[in-house]
Design a binder for this molecule. Structure first.
Ligand SMILES: C[S@@+](CC[C@H](N)C(=O)[O-])C[C@H]1O[C@@H](n2cnc3c(N)ncnc32)[C@H](O)[C@@H]1O
Length: 459
């Protein structure tokens, strides 16, 4: 092996918890460590996690691999090369690995895309070999990934029938424990032009942890919340990649950001570090950074590292980043929240009775049928923007009550003859950490429907 060129860059961010950040630029890892000790002799001060991340490259076996690109905040590092060569040289353990390896389905077949007949070939990297060659290929890179995972780390690997059985066998043989096989059901698959079998509309994603017996991270409550309060199943309905995700260029097998959003949210926490050894256009890195996670990717094709670079640079524009984050968090089946203002007296009574109401029909302030009404799963009660409380609905849909029947219960329903009534579980308030500023609008008391992702934790 060629001796490795040393190109070291040390950026150590030291943060005194919650007060201020201090950036130093020492010339070596040793000097960085000395500076750190000098400035912070008090051992009780917690260092920010990003410290350790900046050290990844500095520490790599006395060598530093030169990345093709590193974002200004060091949260996104991309290597241009062969993962078989680079993986063993990364001296770092990751919290999670997402791998979208070649499926080996470039077999000169044809498919339909936007009404046109196209070849299914993706590139040289996707051309298959014998089953044995495919197995060797998978076993080698999965073994490297095993070495690079933390003890409680998990790996997600995508595939279709062409590669997924081989991947599953390799995982088991290498000591991983398979946790789930997610079926990703696309609601907009390309048609089957032979008309001799069913349309392919699914892909599989194996989720496995490093060891049989060591516990792994799973943000169960967040997934349940996203699923409207019931356990999320292993069938995920997420559309195929959209045009809005291809503004910087296209990758032939680009994964949707929405898929990565769910995967990352399910199995990592803010500040965690994620590896993608077959990064492609770096969908994993984009989703990771939008969610406050760090990313290291490896991609062998120049064309795709350039595309990744353009995608990541766009995130430095905070308006663009916010737009992407919002789009990524919405799905066509997303659970919605009814944001409902109540007068202080009614607010208390609503919580006591577990019901809330809004004007029905076309009277002023009523909620006419709006997009998302059929997917309501939660109600957020507030009084003029204050005291917001999020509760799960106990019944899907609503009932129509007369004003008199509400007044009999003590409510001051006096502006309309009929009201739409929804029942919620007031004993089960939902904690959320994405406060929506309800004071922002002039008409705070107009009822609204908002996506649940506006409220839930991404930390
Ligand atoms: C299925 S694509 C990944 C697409 C990616 N998930 C995205 O959303 O853009 C697989 C990628 O792995 C790259 N690749 C294949 N073999 C590789 C290797 N040995 N080392 C690094 N990259 C490789 C290919 O160039 C291709 O871009």
């Amino acid at each position: 092996m060629q001796p490795i060129r040393l190109q070291m860059e040390y950026q150590v961010t030291i943060k005194e918890t919650h007060s201020h950040a201090l950036r130093i630029n020492p010339s070596s890892a040793k000097e960085a460590e000395e500076k750190r000790r000098e400035i912070y002799s008090n051992e009780e001060i917690a260092f920010d996690y990003s410290d350790q991340f900046s050290d990844v490259l500095a520490k790599a076996k006395e060598e530093t691999l030169t990345p093709y690109y590193r974002s200004k905040d060091c949260d996104f590092t991309l290597f241009n090369g062969d993962c078989f060569e680079l993986l063993p040289r990364l001296n770092f353990k990751f919290d999670m690995i997402f791998a979208d390896p070649p499926y080996f389905l470039s077999n000169d077949g044809i498919s339909v895309q936007s009404g046109k007949i196209v070849s299914v070939n993706k590139g040289e990297w996707d051309k298959g070999g014998t089953p044995e060659q495919i197995k060797n290929f998978n076993k080698r890179w999965i073994k490297f990934c095993h070495d690079k995972l933390k003890e409680d780390g998990t790996i997600w690997i995508t595939g279709t029938y062409h590669n997924i059985f081989s991947v599953a066998n390799c995982l088991t043989e290498l000591g991983f424990k398979i946790l789930n096989v997610i079926t990703w059901a696309k609601n907009n698959p390309p048609p089957n032009i032979s008309c001799r079998y069913f349309t392919y509309s699914t892909e599989f994603i194996i989720w496995a942890r490093k060891y049989e017996k060591k516990p792994h991270k799973f943000n169960y409550e967040t997934m349940k919340l996203l699923n409207g309060g019931t356990q999320m199943t292993d069938v995920w309905r997420i559309p195929a990649v959209g045009m809005w995700e291809k503004a910087c260029g296209k990758h032939p097998t680009q994964k949707p950001l929405r898929l990565l959003y769910r995967i990352i949210l399910a199995s990592t926490n803010e500040g965690d570090t994620i590896l993608d050894p077959f990064a492609g256009s770096s969908t994993t890195g984009i989703a990771a950074n939008l969610l406050g996670r760090k990313f290291i990717g490896i991609e062998q094709e120049q064309e795709f590292v350039e595309l990744s670079y353009r995608r990541r640079e766009l995130l430095d524009n905070s308006v663009e980043a916010q737009k992407l984050l919002k789009k990524m968090r919405e799905t066509p089946e997303e659970i919605m929240v009814l944001v409902n203002h109540a007068r202080p007296k009614d607010y208390q009574l609503m919580i006591e009775k577990g019901i809330c109401y809004l004007r029905a029909g076309d009277s002023k302030g009523s909620l006419l049928v709006q997009k998302g009404f059929e997917r309501l799963g939660y109600v957020l009660l507030h009084t003029n923007g204050d005291n917001p409380q999020l509760y799960p609905l106990t019944k899907k849909g609503f009932q129509i009550w007369t004003a008199e029947s509400l007044q009999e219960l003590g409510f001051s329903a006096e502006h309309a003859p009929y009201y739409a009534v929804l029942c919620f579980d007031s004993s089960n308030p939902i904690l959320y950490d994405q406060p929506v500023n309800l004071h922002q609008r002039t008409y705070t008391n107009v009822v609204k429907i908002k996506p649940l992702s506006d409220f839930i934790r991404i930390k």
